[in-house]
Ligand binder design. Structure first.
Ligand code: C2E
Ligand code: MG
Ligand code: MG
Length: 731
């Protein structure tokens, strides 16, 4: 078997060239060459008559007459050629060929003796000499051929190893000598070392952490537990740095079964390892903060869970931190400041977190803390309080002071978790609970939260289905109710507010607070709001056509903040007006103060574009948000709707009456109309009328009503003769 170590010897001589040697003569020639030479020699001797003299001088019998003599020699030549070609065609091995020539030699000698006893004479020594010479010639030719083939094969391997940048090694296990190729020495930057050495030239350079695994891999192969030896390890370069290497090898076995040598090759895989490391870092690290990302954090949680399972007395907690209203920072100060704030938050938390606790960035503005060694829930809540205190101090960015608060969800490992994702999910659920309860607080996960979450998820799925059907006009589940808005002075209906309801097949009629915030979170509010706008405009137009006196009425539609941020908003509104043939002046859009604040940058131009379509604008729920009348002067607002929390207290609290009066006065000064929402009693209506408030909306006048009820109402209002009830109000 030709081994790598044979190639090593060839490499050691370093006398090969980079081109293949000239191929030897075709096989036929060098196999038959000895036979041909010897045959030619016979013919030459015959021609020169030398063999005759030779025979004579050696006292052997000669052929009796010259023709017979020369034909005898010719037959001998033909015999040799015939046997040579025959052996070639049979492709016998050298030993067999030599046996044939030897046999020929002996049988010729024996045959000539027998023939001489019959009275004939044959030349003996010369033919025997020729046969012997021929055998030796064949042996030499075969030797040359094997040598050339071996050289060629070695050179091929050496070139391949050089091309593949492999260093070859050969470990003689009997003598404990270790040979390495110049390429191997080059890999460790030690070209001047002696190539023949002890295995310490290898093992002394292996990284201490990788030495045992390498030795185990070698032992495994030498004990025939593996078919090949293969191992990756770090090898120390002459300059002191470690390079990653991959070695592969095989043992050469003694017939008795023990390993005699181990031979193999080594390649430098440092760049591959570096790429792998970079990819790994990318996959598990957050680029911005340098902290582990969600995948990295999940891995840490997995390890912590494994630890808990082996040492059941330890437990840990996961804290899910979410920065409240972070999008406001991004929108108002820009993404760059937002990024810097995230880095500063990460640094601040890390600065006081114990070293064996981990911090990770698990989402845009979300961080995770893995708190080890938690005795009870108090340890976790104390940490949550501490984080909140530390982050309550202002951040100085670009000479600006930025304040922020956090909502934190806590999940404890004690609840028999085995999947890190479940822990994260529960910490997230608790965090959402904290948000729902008003932000800047923490909540510890309880089972009931998950149930609520599941209910919410189911509702979300149902709503997705409804919206999908709604867009193809197949669903009857969304419904609009219309609540009349009345002129307080006359009691006439001035318009309606469209209010959405969801006729859930199992849960019955769901009011907006059951699904609007979920629709906002999922973005489904956008298609829903367009459906509401289109349906409300279409209905208003129908009433106008049925009751020409309704031409001056307006339909109020609530806009969502998501919808407001949508590009092409006014174009879409214009399209709906064209489609439903409703005039813009009959539509009033209700927006909230917070919507204005969230979209502060683009809001002025968008509001003007809307007003240019003739559409009116109202500020809804005024008094519950920023409640700044001064900034309203910058916006083209027609109506201010005072929130029902103030209106509803008229008659109970003089303060509320004063607040309503002040808002009303200021709104008038700014040229806006005022609608009082949530008028529930005659007294409230009377007080509002006294302060000259234009419009009122509330259960005192009308509940939100279905289309048919409104149609009846309009009939009564415009054809009082047909009506049975008195539509005026007794204030
Ligand atoms: P909103 O725009 O302020 O609508 C007025 C809400 O006050 C309605 O509740 C209405 O039924 C209720 N209301 C009217 N008069 C009285 C009263 O005298 N007493 C009391 N206690 N309540 C009264 P609703 O229909 O439950 O709607 C709640 C909120 O849901 C709306 O408040 C609005 O913000 C939102 N909403 C309703 N429909 C839509 C919609 O189509 N799109 C969007 N984006 N939001 C909607
Ligand atoms: Mg409204
Ligand atoms: Mg309102």
């Amino acid at each position: 078997m030709k081994t790598l170590s044979d190639s090593y010897h060839c490499l050691k001589q370093e006398n090969f060239t980079n081109t293949y040697p000239k191929l030897p003569a075709p096989e036929l020639w060098y196999r038959l060459l000895p036979t041909a030479i010897v045959t030619l020699a016979i013919l030459g001797l015959v021609t020169l008559g030398v063999s005759e003299q030779l025979e004579n001088s050696m006292n052997y019998f000669l052929f009796s007459s010259p023709p017979i003599r020369s034909s005898g020699w010719l037959s001998l030549a033909v015999l040799m050629i015939g046997v040579g070609v025959g052996l070639f065609l049979l492709r016998w091995r050298l030993a067999h060929q030599l046996s044939v020539w030897g046999l020929l030699c002996i049988s010729w000698g024996y045959g000539s003796v027998l023939i001489s006893q019959q009275g004939y004479s044959l030349p003996v020594l010369t033919p025997m000499l020729f046969f012997g010479l021929n055998g030796i010639g064949v042996a030499i030719a075969e030797g040359i051929r094997s040598y050339v083939e071996l050289r060629r094969s070695e050179e091929r391997y050496a070139l391949a190893a050089q091309g593949a940048k492999e260093g070859v090694w050969d470990w003689n296990l009997r003598t404990d000598r270790f040979y390495v190729s110049p390429q191997w020495l080059q890999m460790v930057g030690d070209e001047n070392a002696v190539p023949e050495n002890t295995p310490s030239i290898w093992f002394d350079r292996v990284h201490p952490m990788d030495l045992t695994p390498l030795q185990v891999a070698i032992a495994d192969h030498l004990q025939r537990r593996t078919e090949h030896f293969e191992q990756e390890y770090r090898l120390m370069h002459q300059d002191g740095s470690y390079h990653w290497m991959l070695s592969r090898g095989v043992a050469v076995w003694h017939p008795e079964g023990r390993a005699e040598r181990l031979v193999g090759s080594q390649v430098d895989i440092t760049s591959r390892k570096q790429t792998e490391e970079a990819l790994r870092r990318n996959a598990f690290c957050d680029k911005l903060t340098g902290l582990p990302n969600r995948s990295g954090f999940t891995q840490q949680l997995k390890q912590a869970l494994d630890r808990v399972q082996t040492h059941s007395r330890t437990s840990f907690a996961v804290l899910w931190l979410d920065i409240d209203c972070f999008e406001l920072v991004n929108n108002s100060l820009g993404r760059e400041i937002g990024d810097r704030l995230l880095v500063a938050v990460a640094q601040r938390i890390r600065s006081f977190l114990p070293l064996d606790d981990s911090l990770a960035r698990i989402g845009g503005d979300e961080f995770g803390i893995l708190l080890n060694h938690v005795q009870d829930v108090k340890d976790a809540t104390q940490m949550a309080e501490r984080v909140q205190q530390v982050l309550a101090l202002p951040f100085n960015l670009d000479d600006r002071e930025v304040f922020l608060t956090l909502s934190i969800g806590i999940a404890l490992s004690t609840a028999q978790y085995s999947d890190p994702d479940h822990l994260l999910r529960d910490a997230d659920t608790a965090m959402h609970r904290a948000k729902t309860f008003g932000r800047a607080r923490y909540e510890v996960f309880e089972q009931a939260m998950r149930t609520r979450m599941v209910v919410k998820l189911l509702l979300e799925n149902d709503f997705r289905r409804v919206i999908a059907q709604e867009s193809s006009d197949c669903s009857q589940e969304l419904q609009l109710l219309y609540q009349p808005i009345v002129k307080l002075r006359t009691g006439e209906i001035s318009g309606f507010e469209a209010l959405v309801r969801w006729q859930h097949p199992e849960q019955g009629t769901l009011p907006p607070h059951r699904f609007i915030s979920m629709a906002e979170e999922t973005g489904l509010i956008v298609p829903m709001s367009w459906w509401v706008l289109r349906a409300a405009c279409r209905q208003m137009r129908k009433w106008q056509l049925a009751f020409p006196q309704a031409a001056a009425m307006t339909i109020n539609v609530n806009l969502s903040s998501r919808q407001f941020a949508m590009p092409g908003l006014t174009r879409y509104m214009e399209q709906i007006l064209e489609e439903t043939e409703l005039s813009g002046s009959n539509l009033q859009l209700e927006i909230t103060e917070s919507m204005i604040m969230e979209n502060a940058a683009s809001i002025v131009s968008v509001l003007h574009e809307i007003r240019n379509l003739g559409i009116q604008l109202a500020i809804d729920d005024f008094g519950t948000g920023y409640s700044s009348l001064s900034y309203l002067t910058r916006f083209p607002i027609n109506t201010l709707k005072i929130d029902r929390s103030f209106v509803g207290k008229i008659g109970f609290s003089s303060d509320s009456l004063e607040v309503v009066r002040t808002i009303h006065l200021l709104a008038h000064n700014l040229g806006m109309n005022v609608t009082a929402e949530g008028v529930e009693t005659a007294e409230q209506a009377a007080r509002l009328l006294e302060m000259d408030c234009e419009y009122g909306q509330g259960f005192f006048f009308f509940q939100p009503l279905a289309i048919d009820a409104i149609t009846n109402l309009l009939q009564q209002e415009f054809n009082p003769d047909l009506s049975e009830d008195d539509p005026t109000f007794d204030i």
